[in-house]
Design a protein around this ligand. Sequence first.
Ligand SMILES: *Cc1c(COP(=O)(O)O)cnc(C)c1O
Length: 434
Amino acid sequence: MGFETSKKLYKEAVKYLPGGVNSPVRAFKSVGGDPLFIERAQGSKMYDADDNEYIDFCASWGPLILGHNNPVIQGKVQETAEKGLTFGTCTEIETELARLVVENNEYIDKIRFVNSGTEAVMSAVRLARGYTGKNKIIKFKGCYHGHPDGLLSEAGSGLATFGIASSAGVPDSFAQETIVLPLNDKEAITEAFEKHKDDIAGVLIEPIPANNGLLIQDKEYLSFLRDITQTHNSLLIFDEVISGFRVGFDGAAGYYDIAPDIITYGKVIGGGMPVGAFAATDEIMAHLAPEGDVYQAGTLSGNPVAMAAGQAQLIECLKEGFYRQLESKTLDFLEPLKEEIKSKGYPVQVMSIGSIFWVALLTESTKSEHIQKASQIPDEGAERFKIFYRYLLENGVFIGPSHVEVGFVSTAHTDPDLEKGRKVILDALAAAYE
Ligand SMILES: *Cc1c(COP(=O)(O)O)cnc(C)c1O
């Protein structure tokens, strides 16, 4: 496999784009080497500029639940694009997609579309503050919510203290409105509510944390968050940018049957186009402009072509048995992988929920732990991962280039794809551990 053309394109890209990319995760910084330049994709496969073929488990970081270049989505997008790309005023398809989502999700009454997951979370946080009249947001180490200023913060020293900025360009005064706590730690939450009782606008969580490994939480813990927020008149915000329409049509809220106050969406909801959304009950959404006094807007929000892609994808997702089949396909893929790993004795765990999976490269001392917190993921895994990742790429399997990125199975993955994927993953583990 040659990567010469990708190398050349990357060299050109760095002249005009910072780091050669438009999103830092694409830069291969943690695995070494240059990023691939993709030329085209079809179904489960991507083809790079050197015409190498990859079975893709990254799925554009999650949106592509039907795989690449799905003909139904393509058809709908092209038909819509022919009528014009944007009008800056109302179109029927916005209502159609809103109706499709709301009528199939008992936790929300109204939805607003935006252009990315970041925008969705940023707006949801503003809405929570506007609705409650409070300022602070609790978030968790190991959850990612896009890059709104106040959410780029790390835990300060000690529990229930204010956050400190984790990016240059974020004033500490912004980061201090965020309280960063470890996942799966009830005491930390209780302490934070005691300390800041009248000023916590909301608790923001990825109910299925999937941006720093796959840190599946107990339902009981999520219920606890539901109760404690209710007790203190603060809101529970589920960031379902990954889990929404991925673990079920009604996302993690439906999966756990827990009603959050606000839910954010992104990724799958756009069918591969830039779409985000946030949704809540009528009562909460009434606080949003133009009805209410929480301002939020967007030139291209609800863009008809983007709505068309989302609608086409979600109609497929709503079909009877869609999620059941995708989950059982994922388990059929992973179960034999787990057994092989066990018999080889690698310090590796394979976690999954729905069609999301994570091959966790651990250590002897951590390999049997129930991993639910970011702090349980050993750094040593990152070193092994470099060898693992290089092997995957050179043998035609593409996943996100970091040891804490999850993978996604789509309806486009065939049995032979999954068989090959499994074999290459096992060989890559052998390369990393033997
Ligand atoms: C991807 C992601 C975001 C950010 O979405 P963008 O579209 O990249 O801005 C926010 N929250 C979660 C949980 C995500 O996975």
